[in-house]
Write a protein that binds this ligand. Structure first.
Ligand SMILES: [Zn+2]
Length: 410
């Protein structure tokens, strides 16, 4: 793993890699070739994703057009209604949405969406960006099928500047028109294997897709490069006791779809999977190193000792992480995510500002060495010591995150 090699991968993948797109597929093929170049068997595993092509989209306020992007998968048609800006989402605020098109400060989450539809809301506007940025970008997002559950309503996304102007102008009527074709596209995971001395596995995951305007260098080509670095270092030492399975996940940005597809397709093998190690955003010049452990508390303590022995700064905590470790933990595989988290004033993900210029090759190498040392210890252990029991506190967070249970307010 050299600085030049890291730079080359960042250069070669310097483009948007949206779920189900040709660019996502090309990145998958490229990652596969990089694994094969290291002598590892590698292949693609395709899976279906809901997709849409928007033909037209329009938002007007009292007849004046506002630049917008319709949500993918929110249906087609036209809706006109009074505007209702809802900065709060308490019961009284939600009740005022009847017959209105609702402008929200937050994203359209599952419970909020259904509460507002139940209250009679007829359309939704959310916004992206920042009133102080020079750009007027609006990223393309989807009304995810597991959020809508088939209850569609027209949703438009606008820029933060226009959201401010819209509230200030207080128009009487707003109108959303969207025309789109919804279809099934294919995304894919890339899998590479380094067999061990037993039939048990440790999986390592990192997603390689990006959101609609982001080149996803930080989020998350860095995690993919980290995986390739671990592969290179541990291929040398193979066979270890545990086999290593490297999974470069597609479509994470649309709701962890790659890791959900992997854990569903390989459900029968998860019993023999001792641990999942996920990388999502590492190697930036600035930012603190964290571990989020969806497993027993003992692993948190171990990581604290392990990092302290190396003089390695780390914030380790038992928690779930909004990334590909979560579907593993949900199926009973102890899982953890590593990340180097930059503050939003240094690195704003899911925007045009997530570029290769944020990435330090030296930090990429250091982060990968740390992760490799941790992985080696677990993969060559006489028996991976992490208990297979997922603690109740983690299970509760999984239930909330995966929308099986409503999070208690406050
Ligand atoms: Zn990510």
């Amino acid at each position: 793993m050299t600085q030049e090699w890291i730079r080359e991968i960042l250069d070669r993948t310097d483009c948007v890699r949206f779920s189900g797109s040709a660019e996502e597929k090309a990145a998958a093929e490229y990652l596969k070739s990089l694994c094969e170049a290291q002598g590892a068997a590698a292949w693609l595993e395709p899976f279906d994703v809901a997709a849409a092509e928007i033909r037209s989209e329009c938002l007007t306020a009292d007849g004046k057009e506002i630049p917008c992007r319709g949500y993918l998968l929110c249906g087609s048609g036209s809706v006109e209604a009074p505007l209702c800006y809802l900065p709060n989402t308490d019961a009284a605020s939600i009740a005022s949405a009847k017959g209105k098109i609702v402008l929200l400060d937050s994203s359209l989450t599952y419970w909020l969406y259904h509460d507002l539809l139940d209250a009679g809301a007829v359309g939704f506007i959310t916004y992206a960006g920042n009133v102080h940025y020079a750009d007027r970008d609006i990223d393309r997002i989807a009304l995810r099928p597991y959020v809508s559950h088939g209850r569609k309503a027209l949703c438009a996304r606008i820029n933060a500047k226009d959201a401010f102007d819209l509230v200030q102008a207080a128009p009487k009527m707003v109108c959303i028109q969207i025309d789109q074709t919804e279809y099934t596209a294919q995304s894919q995971n890339v899998i590479a294997e380094v067999p061990g001395r037993t039939d048990e596995w440790i999986t390592l995951t990192a997603h390689y897709d990006s959101t609609s305007l982001s080149h996803g260098a930080y989020d998350n080509m860095t995690g993919c490069i980290g995986l390739l670095g671990v592969l290179e270092a541990l291929k040398e030492k193979a066979p270890l006791r545990y086999g290593l399975r490297f999974i470069f996940c597609g479509s994470e940005e649309l709701g962890l779809l790659g890791s959900k597809a992997y854990t569903a397709a390989h459900a029968g093998e998860l019993e023999k999977t001792a641990l999942n190690i996920n990388l999502d955003m590492i190697g930036t010049y600035m930012g603190r190193f964290i571990a989020r452990v969806s497993a027993e508390e003992k692993l948190v303590h171990f990581l604290e000792y392990f990092s302290a022995q190396r003089g390695w700064g780390m914030d380790a905590r038992q928690d779930i992480y909004s990334s590909d470790s979560t579907p593993f933990a949900d199926r009973g595989v102890p899982a953890l995510s590593f990340a180097r988290l930059a503050t939003p004033s240094q690195a704003v993900i899911h925007t045009r500002y997530d570029t290769k210029h944020l990435i330090s090759e030296g930090q990429m190498i250091a982060d990968t060495e740390f992760i490799t040392a941790f992985t080696l210890g677990m993969a060559d252990a006489a028996k991976c010591p992490v208990s297979r029991e997922i603690p109740e506190a983690v299970k509760e967070k999984l239930d909330e995150y995966l929308l099986r249970k409503r999070k208690k307010e406050g």
